[in-house]
Design a binder for this molecule. Structure first.
Ligand SMILES: NC(=O)c1ccc[n+]([C@@H]2O[C@H](COP(=O)([O-])OP(=O)(O)OC[C@H]3O[C@@H](n4cnc5c(N)ncnc54)[C@H](O)[C@@H]3O)[C@@H](O)[C@H]2O)c1
Length: 334
C-alpha cells in the first residue's frame, strides 16, 4: 500500500517534490496547501491533488502519512510541530529552522510523537557528491589538507520570492539559504561536522537597488572536527556565476561541480571521472525517508543533522558581529 503524501507550500521547490513522488511506486501525492490560491489550483490540476488554503485543515482532514514542508524559513518550526503532533512523518526543506533553539523544540516533538523528521539536505543525493565522497575516503589521493568552496550567483534577481530578502522571514540571506547547502555538502563529504568558524559578511543590497536587510556575500573560514580547514566564499551581487568545490590532497586534487561533474588530478591537469546515476536526487531523498519509516535504515538527514547545519549558520552570524572565531557548540537535544 502506498504512503499518502501531502505538501505544505506550492512554491518553486514543491514541483521537484511532486515530480519525484510521481516516479515512486511507494508514494501517492494526495493534497497540497498554500495561502496562494492560484498556486494551489495549478498544482492540484497538474497532479490531481485536493487543494487547501489552510495547511492545518489539510493535515487534519487528509491525515497523510508524510507531509512535505516547503515554506519560508520562519514558518518551518510551527508547521513541522503541527504535523508531528498530528502523527505525520515529515520531509522539511532546508534550512531546518531559524536557530538551534527552534531545532531542539522540533526534534523533541517529533521524538515524542514517534515520527520521522527528515531535513531536505539534497546535496547527499547528487551523483557528483556521491562519487567525490567515495574518492575522498578510498585514500588514493593521499591526505586531504584543505577544501575551498566558491559559489557566485545573482541572488537579488527579480524573480526571487520577496520573503528570501527579508531577514525576519528568511532568518538571514545568502549564507542562510545557499550557505546551508555548502555547509551540509562539506560536512557530509567528510563525515565530520564543523567545530569552529570565522566569517565576514557584506550587506550592500542598496547598491543593487533592492530593498532588503540580508547579507549578500560571505567569506567564511571553518574547521571540521577532524581538523580539515575549509573556506566557503559565496556572493550574490552582479557576478559571473560559479559553483565549484576544490579539495586539495597530498597526492592530487579533486574538483566537484554539482550537476556538472567530478574532476581528479594526481599531478598535472584534471581528468573527468564518471558519475553514474539511476534516480534523481529528489527521488533518492524520498527513498531514504521511506526506508526510515519502514525501519530499514536510520535517517542520515535527521533533525539532529539539520540542527548541526543551523548551528554553523548561527556561528557565521555571531562571528561576523563579534569579529571573533566562534566555537560551534551543539548542546540541547542531540
Ligand atoms: N532543496 C533545494 O535545493 C531547495 C531549493 C529551493 C528552495 N529550497 C527551500 O524550500 C523552501 C521553500 O522555498 P521556495 O523556493 O519553494 O519558496 P517559494 O516562495 O517559491 O514557496 C514558498 C510557498 O509557501 C507559501 N506560503 C507562505 N506562507 C504560507 C502558509 N502560512 N501556509 C501555506 N503556504 C504558505 C507561499 O505562498 C509560497 O508559495 C525554503 O526552505 C527554501 O530554502 C530548497
Amino acid at each position: 500500500m502506498s504512503l499518502r503524501v501531502a505538501l505544505i507550500g506550492a512554491g518553486i521547490i514543491s514541483s521537484e517534490h511532486l515530480k519525484a513522488i510521481s516516479r515512486i511506486e511507494e508514494l501517492q501525492a494526495v493534497a497540497i496547501a498554500d495561502i496562494d490560491e492560484a498556486k494551489v489550483n495549478t498544482a492540484s490540476r497538474e497532479y490531481d491533488l485536493i487543494g487547501y488554503l489552510d495547511y492545518r485543515d489539510m493535515v487534519q482532514k487528509e491525515k497523510p502519512d508524510i507531509v512535505v514542508i516547503s515554506l519560508p524559513h520562519f514558518l518551518h518550526k510551527d508547521a513541522a510541530i503541527f504535523c508531528a503532533r498530528n502523527g505525520c512523518h515529515i520531509l522539511l526543506e532546508k534550512p531546518m529552522a531559524l536557530n538551534t533553539l527552534e531545532c531542539d523544540e522540533m526534534i523533541q516533538v517529533a521524538s515524542d510523537h514517534d515520527v520521522q523528521l527528515m531535513i531536505g539536505h539534497i546535496q547527499h543525493y547528487f551523483p557528483e557528491n556521491d562519487v567525490a565522497k567515495k574518492r575522498i575516503h578510498e585514500g588514493i589521493l593521499g591526505q586531504l589538507v584543505q577544501i575551498n568552496e566558491t559559489r557566485h550567483m545573482n541572488y537579488f534577481k527579480q524573480d526571487r520570492p520577496a520573503w528570501f530578502l527579508e531577514c525576519d522571514k528568511a532568518g538571514g540571506g545568502i549564507m542562510m539559504n545557499l550557505g546551508a547547502h555548502s555547509i551540509d555538502k562539506i560536512q557530509w563529504l567528510l563525515n565530520s561536522r564543523f567545530s569552529r568558524v570565522m566569517a565576514n559578511l557584506s550587506y550592500h543590497h542598496r547598491d543593487v537597488e533592492v530593498s532588503s536587510d540580508i547579507e549578500g556575500s560571505g567569506l567564511v573560514y571553518l574547521e571540521t572536527e577532524n581538523e580539515i580547514p575549509v573556506t566557503i566564499s559565496i556572493s550574490g551581487y552582479e557576478v559571473v556565476p560559479k559553483h565549484v568545490t576544490e579539495l586539495i590532497f597530498t597526492k592530487g586534487m579533486m574538483k566537484v561541480e554539482v550537476g556538472k561533474g567530478v574532476y581528479v588530478s594526481q599531478g598535472g591537469s584534471y581528468a573527468q571521472v564518471p558519475t553514474p546515476s539511476d534516480k534523481s536526487p529528489f527521488e533518492k531523498q524520498f527513498m531514504e525517508l521511506i526506508d526510515a519509516i519502514q525501519g530499514k535504515r536510520i535517517l542520515e538527514n535527521s533533525g539532529t543533522y539539520g540542527k548541526s547545519v543551523v548551528s554553523v549558520i548561527q556561528g557565521i552570524y555571531e562571528s561576523h558581529e563579534s569579529r571573533n572565531m566562534i566555537e560551534i557548540t551543539r548542546g540541547g537535544v542531540d
